[in-house]
Write a protein that binds this ligand. Sequence first.
Ligand SMILES: CC(C)(COP(=O)(O)OP(=O)(O)OC[C@H]1O[C@@H](n2cnc3c(N)ncnc32)[C@H](O)[C@@H]1OP(=O)(O)O)[C@@H](O)C(=O)NCCC(=O)NCCS
Length: 185
Amino acid sequence: MTTLPLDTDRLRLRLFGPADLDDLYAYQRLPEVARYLYRPPLTRERCEESLARRADGTGWTRDGDDLVLAVCRRDEPGVVGEIVLKLASARAAQAEIGWVFHPAFGGRGYATEAARAAASLAFGALRVHRLFARLDTRNTGSVRVCERLGMRREAHLVENDLDGDEWGSEYVYALLAREWPARAV
Ligand SMILES: CC(C)(COP(=O)(O)OP(=O)(O)OC[C@H]1O[C@@H](n2cnc3c(N)ncnc32)[C@H](O)[C@@H]1OP(=O)(O)O)[C@@H](O)C(=O)NCCC(=O)NCCS
């Protein structure tokens, strides 16, 4: 994609490559990272498979196509987290955004800074009309990222999923292209 990498003040967002396996596994293997993702932590093999799949290229034309961006610090080597954009409806230009960061790099604003850059990409080059996020209602860190992006809480789905053997509830946050970046704080 010609618009990549994306640079922000402190970060670079780029595609993942096979050399990122150790960094990817370092955060995806952690139970606290998977806590609200409704799936177990990833094995090293799963991380390897997902890198191999991503190496096949990235499309952005069909429902379900996704763009997984490795987030790196501009002044240090290594991947600290990722931002995922997923085309939920190509016809209606609807995309979902998600974020996963290594807790060692939490609390520094990296997730918000990277998500802002990804939102600009979505509303710009990717021509997304509406960007949304779905998150467990207990995931307060993620709620705060949505709110800093200026996303609107559009839904509170009560016990709409199972988290292991417990009911899980979900918020849906969203933002329209015409509201960006005016609503971001
Ligand atoms: C969700 C997640 C990305 C949030 O991470 P985070 O570190 O809280 O978010 P940010 O990187 O944007 O950091 C924000 C915090 O850094 C602080 N901060 C410190 N220095 C900062 C700086 N220079 N610039 C901006 N913010 C700074 C902010 O005040 C903010 O703190 P607050 O939330 O207490 O108000 C992270 O918890 C995570 O990866 N969780 C596991 C995966 C997950 O659940 N993903 C979401 C699925 S829906």
